[in-house]
Write a protein that binds this ligand. Sequence first.
Ligand SMILES: Cc1ncc(C[n+]2csc(CCOP(=O)(O)OP(=O)(O)O)c2C)c(N)n1
Ligand SMILES: [Mg+2]
Length: 596
Amino acid sequence: MGTVEPQVASGQDVKVMSSGQIVANAHSQDVTDGFHLVIDALKLNGIDTIFGLPGIPITDFTRMAQAAGLRVISFRHEQNAGNAAAIAGFMTQKPGICLTVSAPGFLNGLTALANATVNCFPMILISGSSEREIVDLQQGDYEEMDQLAIAKPLCKAAFRVLQAEDIGVGIARAIRAAVSGRPGGVYLDLPAKLFAQTLDAEAGKKSLIKVVDPAPKQIPGADAVKRAVDLLKGATKPLIVLGKGAAYAQADTEIRSFIEKTGIPYLPMSMAKGLLPDTHEQSASAARSYVLPEADVVMLIGARLNWLLSHGKGKTWGGKDHKDWGGQKFIQIDISPQEMDSNVRIDAPLVGDVGSCVSALLAVIGSNWAKPPAEWLNAIAERKNKNIAKMAETLAKNPTPMNFHSALNVVRDIVKANPDAILVNEGANALDFTRSIVDMYKPRKRLDVGTWGIMGIGMGFSVAAAVVSGLQVIAIEGDSAFGFSGMEVETICRYNLPVCVVVFNNNGVYRGTDVNPTGGPDVAPTVFVKGARYDKLIEAFGGVGVHATTPADLRKAMEEAIRSRKPTLINAVIDETAGTESGRITSLNPTSGKKK
Ligand SMILES: Cc1ncc(C[n+]2csc(CCOP(=O)(O)OP(=O)(O)O)c2C)c(N)n1
Ligand SMILES: [Mg+2]
């Protein structure tokens, strides 16, 4: 679309009156415009990075933002920029900003916005849009689309700014909506004309808002704290479940202190791994299927009873069938009051931010809390030790071809030796095995597919993790998963980011062994080109590509990637028969009731 010119007046020769009327304006030093007001408003609120993709009407905006000192990370597809913004939000508690063009660019970013909202990641999708009067009359404008209406049901809040003097309020509202209460995605619609509007510089400056206390603490009621502590006191088989919300809260010291003072065994959900080191003696991860049905009181900290926890009922929890409740009583810490009773009865709801709630609990339990009965702890330890020993045996094997276990044994060692590295992970088997085999040692180091099990987050998350933290990133990717965002290896090379991508190449989705039952020339829907060389992709952009067929190859390549901090892609060849359908969630596949 290089020949299409934006149908907007240039910023230098229009001025918007308080009535909204746009009039000609003389060139003047003390005039600002929509472009600069948006940039100034973001900077005023401590936002230093934009993830996006340029084009009409935001190309100049990206240039001006860079000129103004913002870091503008440019992607090859908006979905990856959106995922980057979302995870930057999770890591920093500041809304990640994704910037896109109108209609198609906006839609490309929308999946990430919806995913951020479902996962409670604060982000703001800012999209340029076409002329309101043409869009609303559906007269066929360039990239015509009623973006605000489309975004609304998929995010926490959606706003449009029509006048330059409202930009300050628009950005302030977007920031507050993204980070306060339960965080989530916010859409901000900025029509092309807005950027070009001019305003007296002084009036413009005065119109901006530096948001004070964007995510106010939410202190739980004393009665709710007492109810929770009373319930916990009576427990003989207590259990704590840590969710992504606990990781987001950055209340690491309080959470660790609460767990250690009470001596209660805990289970981390996927992105809560490392909140306490996975090797902590109170971790019950290796005895998950024992502790869930057996526990009598379960305290959820920033974890929701959604599908990932089998909705708090069914056989996982000791119920007789899938709708049956187990005998547990639940304490739930969540920032959203509406989360309570969403799936089963919550006996002691504790509504507030995780940090405030855990601090309040700590204050009440004091320093001589009785540890859980030894019988409970010993029963867990016994199962845990047995499972860990069994896993060690599997990991020690060195089959040819390499399988998920022998490859992950290497990744496990590398992460142990580099506990500050951030692990990004997606795929099915590549996800599930990594989650259970690779121990995490520090908070917020594991970033993955989250609540939806969404494929495509890999390279966006990796770019953002490296940009935000400056630390080494290791992305463990199923070969299918990698394909969703693979073109961003160019982005990784362009910004010279310390990202080591390991593609677990088993020739397909779940495994590479399906055959076309008709015997026709098309391969089965789950199968890819066999023996593909993903390592060659990164070489096209000057990165380091390695083809690894043994754990020794893999170890050498990962060590070198971390030592050099060079963009690296390792094509790790995995036994194509090793995976299972959908990894560990095979049972979610519908099976026909029709008799064969
Ligand atoms: C956006 C999206 N599309 C499709 C899926 C369905 N899906 C789940 S896992 C997966 C890929 C699994 O293959 P791979 O990444 O190669 O992992 P493997 O099991 O082979 O290790 C797909 C397509 C999804 N979760 N998200
Ligand atoms: Mg695969």
